[in-house]
Ligand binder design. Structure first.
Ligand SMILES: Nc1nc2c(ncn2[C@@H]2O[C@H](COP(=O)(O)OP(=O)(O)OP(=O)(O)O)[C@@H](O)[C@H]2O)c(=O)[nH]1
Length: 339
């Protein structure tokens, strides 16, 4: 008999005897650091909104990783940044409140970007949150060679020392590699995903840092974000694609209504979704709608596909573009738009 099965059996035995753990973790880092992509890779399904534009994550979206030994609830926060508007200030408050409440904080630093003032600003703020264990996650490792990666690992370790604390762990990951491996070894369900992407390893390292607790969510739940908010985020993500640089921060989406279409045969259900895309100025309307309405139509087609995948039902999506004048600066409008 080979040694390996015995070792595996022993590990399994230990896992069976170990107390179950459950708790919250959040990923922080500069915009575009790869936080949402990492959340999705850990959960194994698209729950957080990703885009190659900074600051796309506005709502706190939780992804839930179910494992034999632990349940990890991931809270995805917006990036911390210098506030220029009322919205910016509120977002930063959300971030700090989240940090103080979670069991583990993962600081994400892209492997291909020099550790800069933005990262130092965030880590300095993190150093102030003494009791929460902090893990440094070097993301996007597929974009660099081993020498560059080693330098980044050293840089982040030194930054911790400079600021007077020690990282609980420093882990390099690649969500892209993990995704490529996903077909062979899913991370969710525990046990899989220990390949070159190292996303499963990250979950292994976070799990022991969580408090002893039975699962907090039923197995199979991947997120507790209300469906309407998730749907709105999927539409906003599609609306952000390919628009001019100044526009992303001006787009908000509110789902007004989600109702099953009446008198449909039981095997052919249809969900009617009415949503408004809000922009700040009338001049932005043309950009969103596009020539002969083509852009808006594309936004509808694209987001509908994602929504149908999320909800598991065919959808009729009715999109309207509305102007909410200077909504980012107006407290009343912000409340109405869900901030
Ligand atoms: N090559 C590579 N690209 C990645 C990886 N992870 C994320 N990206 C890309 O990096 C960009 C930003 O990723 P996000 O996950 O949206 O980043 P974020 O930190 O959530 O961004 P904000 O929501 O703006 O804070 C996207 O274009 C991703 O496709 C990775 O492991 N490898």
């Amino acid at each position: 008999m080979s040694v390996r099965p015995d070792t595996e059996a022993a590990a399994q035995q230990a896992a069976n005897n170990a107390p179950h753990r459950a708790g919250f973790a959040c990923f922080v880092g500069r915009p575009n650091a790869g936080k949402s992509t990492l959340t999705n890779a850990l959960v194994g399904q698209k729950v957080a909104i990703t885009s190659n534009r900074p600051q796309t994550t506005r709502h706190t979206v939780r992804g839930i990783v179910h494992r034999e030994d632990a349940q990890l609830i991931l809270v995805d926060t917006p990036g911390l940044h210098k506030p220029r508007t009322l919205l910016g200030e509120r977002l930063n408050d959300v971030v700090r409140t989240t940090w103080a409440e979670v069991d583990v904080i993962g600081f994400c630093l892209p492997a291909d970007q020099k550790l800069g003032p933005g990262d130092k600003y965030i880590v300095k703020e993190l150093a102030g949150i003494k009791k929460t264990p902090k893990i440094a996650v070097i993301t996007k490792t597929d974009l660099v060679d081993s020498k560059q990666l080693a330098e980044q690992l050293l840089a982040v370790s030194r930054l911790g020392e400079e600021l007077g604390f020690e990282w609980a762990e420093i882990v390099p990951v690649s969500a892209v590699k993990a995704e490529q491996e996903a077909g062979r070894a899913p991370v969710n369900k525990g046990g899989g995903g220990r390949g070159a992407g190292q996303v499963g390893l990250l979950a292994d390292l976070i799990a022991p840092l969580l408090p002893e607790s039975p699962p907090l969510y039923p197995e199979g739940d991947l997120t507790d974000e209300p469906e309407m908010v998730m749907v709105a985020e999927l539409i906003r993500e599609a609306a952000l694609e390919g628009v001019r640089d100044e526009l992303p921060h001006s787009i908000a989406v509110v789902v007004e209504e989600m109702l099953p279409r009446e008198n449909r045969p039981a095997d052919k259900p249809l969900l009617d979704i009415h949503a408004n895309v809000y922009i700040e100025r009338p001049s932005q309307k043309g950009i969103i709608i596009g020539p002969k309405g083509k852009r808006l139509k594309d936004v509808g087609t694209k987001s509908r596909k994602h929504i149908e995948a999320l909800l598991g039902t065919p959808v009729f999506l009715d999109l309207h573009v509305k102007v909410a004048k200077d909504w980012q600066r107006d407290p009343k409008q912000l409340r109405k738009l869900g901030f």
